[in-house]
Design a protein around this ligand. Structure first.
Ligand SMILES: [Zn+2]
Length: 200
């Protein structure tokens, strides 16, 4: 069981960073990413019984999908799979020396401390950013890609990203943390954009 402690610089949006971590490109697939207000994004995901080859393939495909979209985190419901699986790669030099990219099943926050406002974005809420107040320090228990228990503590961008992705597993988007007015403005923009794209 490893303990990870990561400190990240502030003022980096929680999306839009590209990371090139070594992985086997040949075996992977890019999956379509659902966008709000798709109802599947509001559903709760089920825990994984065991991290087997099927789940490992899902994790790899999610990473491929995330890198292709220049994201730094992705949750299984975003690709229409209602399982408690997330992947995160914040692409930081310090994080690269640790266990990143993170492939986690059944992640649970077991401790949270402090408050940290951060401007967040989401691949399922394209081109929109807003400030969300998250916990500054979190401790997580999960299963890794080898079905082994993993225990990690995170701060800064990694903490924000993990909270954002774990929210997805409970059907919560970052816009759900905003006021009803702000949320409806963002959803209107997304609907308008989707309608325009249909007309093309
Ligand atoms: Zn997201």
């Amino acid at each position: 069981m490893g303990l990870l402690f990561v400190n990240m610089p502030k003022n980096r949006a929680c999306n839009g960073l590209v990371s090139l971590f070594p992985y086997d490109r040949n075996a992977m697939a890019i999956l379509p990413i659902l966008t709000a207000p798709d109802k599947r994004l509001k559903q709760k995901s089920l825990p994984v019984e065991k991290v087997d080859d099927t789940i490992r393939t899902l994790m790899d495909d999610m990473l491929e999908t995330m890198y292709a979209a220049n994201g730094i985190g992705l949750a299984a419901p975003q690709v229409g799979v209602l399982k408690q699986v997330i992947v995160v790669d914040i692409g930081d030099e310090q994080a690269k020396q640790m266990h990143t990219p993170l492939r986690l099943a059944n992640p649970k926050i077991v401790r949270m401390e402090g408050m940290l406002p951060w401007r967040e974005g989401c691949l399922s809420v394209p081109d929109q950013v807003a400030e969300v107040v998250r916990s500054a320090v979190i401790e997580i228990r999960a299963l890794d890609q080898y079905n082994q228990p993993l225990h990690l503590e995170a701060t800064e961008l990694l903490a924000v990203c993990l909270q954002h992705e774990i929210d997805h597993l409970h059907g919560t988007l970052f816009i759900d943390h905003l006021s009803a007015l702000k949320r409806s403005i963002i959803l209107q923009k997304l609907k308008k954009k989707a309608a325009e794209e249909k007309e093309k």
